[in-house]
Design a protein around this ligand. Sequence first.
Ligand SMILES: Cc1cc2nc3c(=O)[nH]c(=O)nc-3n(C[C@H](O)[C@H](O)[C@H](O)COP(=O)(O)OP(=O)(O)OC[C@H]3O[C@@H](n4cnc5c(N)ncnc54)[C@H](O)[C@@H]3O)c2cc1C
Length: 449
Amino acid sequence: MNPGKHLTIVGAGLAGSLLAVLLARRGIAVELFERYPDPRQHKIPAGRSINLALAERGRAALAHAGLLEQVEAFALPMAGRMLHDETGQTRLQRYGQRDDEVIWSVHRGQLNQTLLNAAEAHGVNIHFDRRLSKADFDAGQLHFLDSQDQPHAHDFELAIGCDGAGSALRQAMQSVTELGIREQALGHGYLELSIPPDDAGDFRMDPKALHIWPRGGFMMIALPNPDGSFTCTLFLDNDGDPGFKQLEGPAAMRAFLEREFADAVALMPELDRELAEHPVGFLGTLYVDRWLLGDKAVLLGDAAHAIVPFHGQGMNAAFEDTVALDRLLAESPDRASALKAFQEERKPNADAIAAMALDNYLEMRDRVRDPRFHLQKALEWELEKRLPGQFIPRYAMVMFHPEIPYSQALTRGERQAQLLADLSAGHEALDTIDLEKACATARDRLASV
Ligand SMILES: Cc1cc2nc3c(=O)[nH]c(=O)nc-3n(C[C@H](O)[C@H](O)[C@H](O)COP(=O)(O)OP(=O)(O)OC[C@H]3O[C@@H](n4cnc5c(N)ncnc54)[C@H](O)[C@@H]3O)c2cc1C
C-alpha cells in the first residue's frame, strides 16, 4: 500500500460519494463502504427527505468536482417562498433580487446515484452492503457486517467518517478518546407527505417556489420533484398542543391537517395511506468538539455536525467539508496537520450554520407572517442595492455567497439585524424611511465588518 495514496471512506451518502470523487480525481485509491445495497440496483428503504434544497455552496462543490451540469439536468429552480395563509391566499416572497438568486430542489436518490456513478467512473472501489460495526485504530482495521451478519475486515490508513448523524465511526472514535459529543433535540419532529402530479402529469402548484404554510408554532413546506409531484414536510412539536403525540392516529392528524392546511390537503389523494405508513422523523443538532483521531480518523458532514433542516444547508455544508478536506490533504505537509487544519477551518463554520438553521425555523414558521419582517426585508434589499458588497442580507450570504464563510455570515448578520431593527423602528412602510440617512448609518456601523 502506498502511504497517503490509499484512503477509506465510511458511508456512500451525499458527502461520502462526493469526497470519493474529489480524492480519486487526484489519483488517490479510494475504498468506499456503504451499509445499504447499491441503490442503483435495489430499492432502498424510503428514508427521509426525498428532496433537498441545493444552494450555491453545494453547487460550488459540485462544479469543483465537474458534476454541476449533470446535477442541473434534474434540479428545479425555486425563486422564492410561496407563503400560504389559513384562507389559502398565497404570496411569493423572492429569495433575492437578482434573477440568479434561486435555490434548487434536487431528488436525494437521483443526486446520490449521480455521485456514485461519478465515483465509480473515477475508479473508486465501492463496497455496498457493508455496515461498519467496529474499528481497531491501533491495528488499522475496520470491521464490517453484511446483511447476513457475515464479518468483513478491511485494513486502512485513514478512515473518513461520512456515515451520517448516527455515525458508527464516531462511536468507535469516542470509545478510545473523548470527542466532546452533545446532542440537542429540537423537540419538534417531521412527517413527510406528498402532492402527486395532476391527471395530465403537471404540477398542482407553482413549481418555481418552495411552498410554506407558516402557522406560528409549526409549519408545513413543499418542494417540487421532476415528476410533477411535491414532497411536503410537516414540522410540529412532539409533545405540545398541537403535537405529534397529541394527534396520534391518522384520523386526528387528518382533522388537524384539514383545519390548518386545507388548500394543501385538497391536493393529497394519498393522505390516508401516508398517514398510516409514514413515521415521524427526529430533528436535532449534533455538536462534536473533536472531529479527528490523530492521523487515523476524521469525521465530516452529518457525522461531525448534523443540524436542523430549516436553512436547507446540511448537505451544502457537508459538500463544503469535502472540498476543504480534499484541499487540505493535498496542501498540508502531513496528514495529521491536514486533519487538524480541517477541523480548525470547518468547526466554527459548522457551529455558525447550526445556530442560523435553528433561527431560520422561527423565521419560516412565524416571522414571515409579521408585517415588520416584510418591511425589514424591503429595507435590506434597498441597502443591498445602494451599498453593494457592504450590506448583503444574511439569507443571501448563506445561500448565494459561498465566498463568505458561515461564521462571518453569522456575525455580519447579527450586526445587520440590529441595524435593520433600529432603522425600521417606528415605521410601517419603506417610504417613510430616509434611505440616504439609512445608508449613511449603515456605512458607518458596518464599516468595521
Ligand atoms: C427532513 C430533512 C430535510 C433536509 N433538507 C435539506 C435541504 O433542503 N438542504 C440541505 O442542504 N440539507 C438538507 N438536509 C440535511 C441533509 O440531509 C444532510 O445534511 C446530508 O444528507 C448529510 O450528508 P452525509 O453524507 O453527511 O450523511 P447521509 O446523507 O446521512 O449519508 C450517510 C451515509 O452513510 C451510510 N451509513 C450509515 N451508517 C453506516 C455504517 N455503520 N456503515 C456504513 N455506512 C453507513 C448511510 O447509509 C448513508 O448512505 C435535510 C435533512 C432532513 C432530515
